[in-house]
Design a protein around this ligand. Structure first.
Ligand code: SF4
Length: 220
C-alpha cells in the first residue's frame, strides 16, 4: 500500500506518537497541525533531494543538510538534518558526481540519549524514506545529542523497522478516524510538553454514568 500526497503526515510526529499516542493526536489530529501534507505537498517527492547551498564536501564525503524526504509506503514526509554520502564501491549515484556513494542520515537533537525509541524511530523513518527515494539500503544511521555532545549509532534492524511501520500505520488510522486516545496518567506525563492541555489526572476521574449511578444509589 502507498499513500497519496493529501494523505502524507509529518514524519517528525512519529517521535510524539512513540512517546504517547494521545500527545501525537492532540498535536496532529485535534489541532490538525499546520505542517501536514497540504503544506508540503506540491512535488516534494519530485524535488531534488538537496540544495547546492546546503552542500559541503570533505575528502571523499559529501554532506547535505535539510534534505527533504518522503516515504509513500509509510505515508510520511519530512526532512533529514544531515545526510552524509561517502564514496564507496557499491551505493547510489549522485548527480554531478562520479562513482557510487553510501547513504548515512544524521539527526541532531538538543537533549541527551533516551531510553525510549522515539528518536530512533524518527531516524529509522527518515532512513526508510531515503531508501525508497534513492533505491538503496541503509544499515545504520546516527543521532547526535547537543547536550552531551555525543553520537549514538543506530542499527536499523528489522525490529526497529517493523516498529516504525506499526507507528506509521497507527498514526494514519487515528488521523483518518480523527480519534484522540484517552489520557493514561503515567510517570512520563510529568515531562510531557502538553500536559496542561491533556490534563492526564482527569483520566482517573469517575465517568459521568458512574457518577449518576453512585448518586442515585446514595438517594435510594
Ligand atoms: S500528559 Fe501524559 S497522557 Fe497526556 S499527552 Fe502527555 S504523556 Fe500523554
Amino acid at each position: 500500500m502507498t499513500y497519496d500526497d493529501d494523505e502524507l503526515l509529518p514524519l517528525s510526529g512519529i517521535q510524539h506518537y512513540s512517546f504517547c499516542p494521545r500527545q501525537w493526536a492532540l498535536i496532529h489530529v485535534a489541532q490538525e497541525w499546520a505542517e501536514n501534507a497540504l503544506t508540503v505537498q506540491g512535488g516534494i517527492v519530485h524535488k531534488r533531494a538537496h540544495d547546492a547551498s546546503l552542500r559541503e564536501r570533505r575528502g571523499d564525503t559529501i554532506e547535505l543538510r535539510s534534505v527533504n524526504v518522503c516515504s509513500r509506503r509509510l505515508g510520511l514526509v519530512g526532512q533529514c538534518d544531515v545526510v552524509e554520502f561517502t564514496q564507496t564501491e557499491s551505493g547510489v549515484t549522485l548527480a554531478g558526481e562520479e562513482g557510487l556513494w553510501s547513504v548515512f542520515p544524521i539527526e541532531y537533537k538538543r537533549g541527551h540519549r533516551k531510553s525510549i525509541d522515539a528518536d530512533r524511530l524518527q531516524l529509522c523513518a527518515q532512513a526508510m524514506a531515503l531508501e525508497e527515494m534513492l533505491c538503496c539500503e541503509i544499515g545504520e544511521a546516527c543521532l547526535y545529542y547537543h547536550e552531551t555532545r555525543s553520537r549514538e549509532r543506530v542499527i536499523l534492524d528489522s525490529a526497529l523497522r517493523e516498529e516504525t511501520r506499526r507507528c506509521a500505520r497507527e498514526m494514519h488510522r487515528l488521523f483518518s478516524r480523527k480519534h484522540i486516545p484517552r489520557a493514561r496518567s503515567r510517570p512520563s506525563c510529568r515531562s510531557c510538553s502538553i500536559k496542561d492541555v491533556c490534563l492526564p489526572a482527569t483520566a482517573k476521574r469517575e465517568s459521568v454514568s458512574g457518577y449518576y449511578q453512585r448518586r442515585i444509589g446514595e438517594v435510594l
